[in-house]
Structure formats: structure tokens, C-alpha cells
Design a protein around this ligand. Structure first.
Ligand SMILES: [Fe+2]
Length: 172
């Protein structure tokens, strides 16, 4: 792969990282769930760091890194704003997971192409951090599901107990 193509691919990953950081900005401002805000704040910081590393790599290959996310980025942010406004934290978490998953798949495609070793190593490192984001979100979603289930089980137990004690009243 020639230098220009590598720079092109790195710029694509860079745009994705900038978009991800902007998305987490939006998610954070659309939720008041402290736990989510905190973890998304970390994700946002990771994406900003990735963007800086990519820009640095592009510079060292002799090119100027792309700035911002352009018109497509603007449209996708507007769409995202509509999709997450006034949504509960569970919906926002799902939307964030979906976005991150899409980003990971896109980056996986790029890393399959033949980047130079140093660029490939960097993109690989970014990819494994993003996979950690996916795992962390999956864990929160599973924990939430478990808690919902526990509440249901307790409500069921209570109902059964009430039914039983009514039955006993009848017997007495
Ligand atoms: Fe991420």
C-alpha cells in the first residue's frame, strides 16, 4: 500500500474517532445517570487520545491530518441528537453500543488492508481499546437486566406470599 493510501485510511479512522468523541459529548449531555456519565467521560477521553495519536502518525508520514468530521459528521450528530434526546439511560447506552460496534467493524476492515507496520500497530491498539468499551457497556447492560429481574422475582415472591396468606385466612 502506498503512502497516500495509508494516509487516507488513517484519516478515515481519525474521522471515526472524532465522531465518537462528539457522540459521547452528546450522550453525556443527554443523560443524568452518574454512572453512565462517568464511564462515557472516560470513553470520550480515550477517543480524543486516539485522534491525537492518529494525527501525530499522519504528520510523521508527511501529511496534514484532516480536521473535524465534515458535513457527514454534522448530519450524523443531528441524527444522533434526535435519537437520544429525552431518552432514558438504557436507550442511550444501547445507542452508544451500536455506534461503537459500527466503529469497531469499520476499523477492523481498515486494519485488514496492508498498512505499514507502525500504522497497523497503532490502529490495532485503538481497536482493542474500543473493544474494551464494548465489553464495559455490555457488562452494564447485563447488570441492569439482572437488577430488573431481581425486582421482578421479589415482586413475584411477594405476590405468592400474599396469595398464600389469603388462602390461610380462608382456611382459618
Ligand atoms: Fe470507543
Amino acid at each position: 500500500m502506498d503512502n497516500d493510501s495509508v494516509i487516507n485510511e488513517l484519516n478515515t479512522v481519525l474521522r471515526g474517532e472524532l465522531m465518537a468523541a462528539e457522540s459521547y459529548d452528546l450522550f453525556i449531555s443527554n443523560t443524568d445517570d452518574e454512572k453512565i456519565r462517568q464511564i462515557f467521560g472516560q470513553f470520550r477521553a480515550d477517543h480524543k487520545e486516539h485522534a491525537e495519536l492518529l494525527a501525530e502518525r499522519i504528520r510523521s508520514l508527511g501529511a496534514a491530518p484532516g480536521k473535524g468530521t465534515g458535513i457527514p459528521g454534522m448530519f450524523s450528530q443531528i441524527k444522533l441528537e434526535f435519537e437520544t434526546r429525552r431518552k432514558d439511560s438504557e436507550e442511550i447506552l444501547k445507542r452508544a453500543y451500536f455506534g461503537e460496534d459500527k466503529g469497531v467493524k469499520m476499523t477492523e476492515e481498515i486494519v485488514k488492508g496492508d498498512l505499514d507496520p507502525e500504522s497497523a500497530e497503532l490502529v490495532g491498539r485503538i481497536l482493542s481499546k474500543d473493544r474494551e468499551h464494548l465489553i464495559a457497556m455490555m457488562e452494564i447492560m447485563q447488570e441492569n437486566l439482572k437488577q430488573e429481574n431481581d425486582v421482578k422475582i421479589r415482586a413475584n415472591d411477594r405476590q405468592r406470599w400474599e396469595n398464600d396468606s389469603q388462602g390461610q385466612n380462608f382456611l382459618n
